[in-house]
Design a protein around this ligand. Structure first.
Ligand code: 5AD
Ligand code: SF4
Length: 438
């Protein structure tokens, strides 16, 4: 009889990729992907704790399964992801949701299969969280969900301790993967027809610092020695380590997309200092200028936070000015969320919800204006799209250009996995609509 799994993922692309690894483990245990949560034999929550609302979301959805678990005692509910790595989180989960069967961490993902077996044979609740210092990163990725794009972890953890951020506490110190292993993985993906590779790490610019054998620009250069057509992306860069050598490699290699995600977080030097970001607004803008000098058609995206402790209206105005000056093509905008255990959580001058809400609305408004302005420049132009899916509702294929902008178009044959040219007829917000040009 078939056994089905259902995975609920919270958080960023890194977590989406981790869910692929979880899916691979579940498949090796004999499960196949289910069509809905209610019919699954195992439900896995891959959680995120970077902001409180992602965490509350997960708690709410786990709690909502109480009834289903009562009706179906054999259903296995497992909770993993970085939320479980927080001090005291496993105990809290056990107390709040006694019906959860397995609580596992990010550092012992490799043993998840054994945990399921143990659960099935002993019927006991399993809580197995490893200390972040004893991490064994799970590299075995046997199942992918995002053809023609593939994510590849190049490093784990973070050493930066930005004062608001929980990541270094739950993901541990920086650990770079062996460059030969990464190159082997990328080559296998390209050989099997993947067309876009995204290298993942919390701070890809410090890739290799802990190994001393290959820097990030050198890694990119090695990957680009494959001369066939493919796209190479990476995220996330930290402005403090974003240097000229990397920019030169981007400029010189056709395969590297001319899109850089460079989180700025704030435009006020006072706030940047309190955030422990180790650069000023001027230094950030100088890096943007350097990037645009070497790669004139480069687009830039960013992460920005509002409502950091003590942020004044003047600080916020400086963020708005920087957004205009850097001319981001789009930005991920966040309201500061107090994370227990971080330095910022103990700071005086926490900002009221009302002010945070007002600032995020004004920021989103500005970012949207810039995104729309850039979208409008696409009208009438012919661009190259990597076709990645078919949208049933719209009856159209879709894909992204090198800058990550989504384009929709009609075609009478399956073009998924192919580079196609489309002429843009219409733009709306961040997405484009066009006609197949060739
Ligand atoms: N509150 C709000 N946003 C946060 N981020 C990280 N920590 C927090 C927090 N405590 C944002 C940053 C980071 C992105 C991944 O998440 O902008 O770049
Ligand atoms: Fe968090 Fe800063 Fe590390 Fe990014 S660089 S993961 S924001 S501590």
């Amino acid at each position: 009889m078939n056994k089905y799994y259902w995975i609920v993922t919270y958080g960023c692309q890194m977590n989406v990729h981790e869910s692929e690894k979880i899916a691979g483990i579940l498949r090796s245990c004999g499960y196949t992907e289910g069509t809905c949560q209610e019919k699954a034999d195992i439900i896995v929550f891959n959680t995120c704790c970077i902001r409180e609302n992602a965490e509350n979301h997960a708690y709410g959805n786990i709690g909502a399964l109480k009834k289903l678990k009562k009706q179906r005692r054999d259903l296995i509910i497992a909770v993993g992801g970085c939320m479980t790595q927080q001090v005291g989180a496993a105990e809290k989960l056990k107390k709040k949701f006694p019906f959860v069967d397995i609580v596992f961490g990010t550092h012992n993902l490799s043993s998840f299969g054994q945990m399921i077996e143990k659960k099935l044979s002993t019927k006991k609740t399993i809580v197995d969280i490893w200390d972040k210092e004893s991490a064994v990163d799970h590299e075995d990725i046997s199942y992918r969900t995002s053809y023609p794009n593939a994510w590849v972890n190049i490093m784990y953890g973070c050493n930066n301790f930005c004062s608001y951020c929980i990541v270094p506490y739950v993901r541990g110190r920086e650990r770079s993967r062996d460059s030969e292993d990464i190159i082997k993985e990328v080559n296998t993906l390209l050989d099997s027809g993947y067309k876009e590779i995204t290298l993942l790490g919390q701070n890809v610019n410090s890739y290799g610092n802990d190994r001393g054998e290959c820097t990030f620009p050198q890694l990119l250069q090695k990957i680009c020695s494959r001369k066939e057509k493919f796209r190479l992306r990476f995220m996330t860069s930290n402005p403090k380590d974003f240097g000229e050598e990397l920019v030169r490699v981007i400029a010189e290699n056709e395969q590297i997309c001319n899109l850089v995600h460079l989180p700025v977080q704030a435009g006020s030097d006072r706030i940047l200092k309190l955030m422990n970001r180790k650069y000023t607004a001027k230094e950030y803008l100088e890096k943007v200028e350097m990037l645009r000098k070497y790669v004139p058609d480069c687009q830039l995206t960013t992460d920005i936070m509002v409502g950091f402790p003590t942020e004044t209206e003047e600080d916020f105005q400086q963020t708005l000015s920087l957004v205009k000056e850097a001319n981001f093509s789009t930005a991920f905008t966040f309201v500061y969320s107090k994370r227990s255990g971080t330095v910022a959580a103990t700071m005086d001058g926490q900002i009221s919800e009302e002010i945070k809400k007002d600032r995020i609305m004004r920021l989103v408004d500005l970012v949207n204006q810039q995104t729309r302005r850039l979208s409008a420049t696409y009208e009438g132009r012919t661009i190259e799209i990597l076709c990645e899916d078919f949208d049933d509702k719209r009856g159209q294929y879709l894909g992204r250009d090198e800058y990550g902008r989504m384009g929709y178009f009609q075609a009478d044959r399956n073009l998924i996995g192919e580079f196609v040219k489309i002429k843009i007829d219409k733009t709306s917000g961040v997405s484009l609509e066009g006609t197949l040009a060739e």
